[in-house]
Design a protein around this ligand. Structure first.
Ligand code: FMN
Length: 160
């Protein structure tokens, strides 16, 4: 039988970074804070991005088949905070007061981030409450040097 408390405690020990996943649907852009993200292959370069099924962004990735990941630096906790409140609850586009530009995929990239990867969805695992989008990295850029933001330093939890 699964020990619920042990499962939660031990899964929360998986280290995570914090990123902003930029998405689009036609002209509309959106973005959300993502932590369940990692590299999954060298050749071709793949990342896996686990996206909450009931989020607006989930629908947008499903439709467009693309996403961009902006890498936050250790001092950008405020950006992660801004992008974890669902757009439908905030009532306005969270990109309204954040400087960004559109990448090759048309997805928004945060100008002040450390850098980015842009991905084309090449696989989908739709099990449970998050969909695993497998993304092939088709573009990448480095804006500047810096240390990346890690979930462990924020005092927040996402997992368990
Ligand atoms: C610390 C933290 C980490 C998160 N990590 C993820 C994640 O890995 N995947 C995900 O889909 N949502 C994650 N979320 C929740 C999304 O950021 C949130 O659902 C988002 O605001 C959805 O916005 P949308 O409905 O406009 O797409 C995380 C939230 C927090 C607070």
């Amino acid at each position: 039988m699964l020990d619920e408390q042990a499962k939660k405690t031990i899964l929360r020990k998986i280290p995570h970074g914090l990123y902003i996943c930029g998405v689009k649907d036609g002209e509309e852009v959106n973005g959300f804070t993502v932590s369940w993200l990692m590299q999954a292959s060298f050749k071709p370069p793949l990342v896996v991005n686990c996206v909450k099924q009931d989020s607006k962004s989930h629908e947008m990735i499903k439709t467009s088949g693309v996403f961009a990941i902006s890498f936050l630096d250790a001092e950008q906790k405020h950006l992660a905070q801004k992008f974890f409140q669902p757009q439908r609850r905030v009532g306005h586009n969270r990109f309204d007061d954040v400087e960004f530009y559109l990448g090759e995929t048309g997805c928004p990239i945060i100008s002040e981030s450390l850098g980015y990867v842009e991905c084309q969805v090449v696989g989908t695992v739709a099990q449970g409450d998050h969909t695993v989008y497998v993304g092939e990295v088709i573009a990448a850029g480095v804006h500047r040097e810096g240390e990346s933001l890690r979930l462990e330093t924020t005092g927040w939890q996402y997992g368990g």
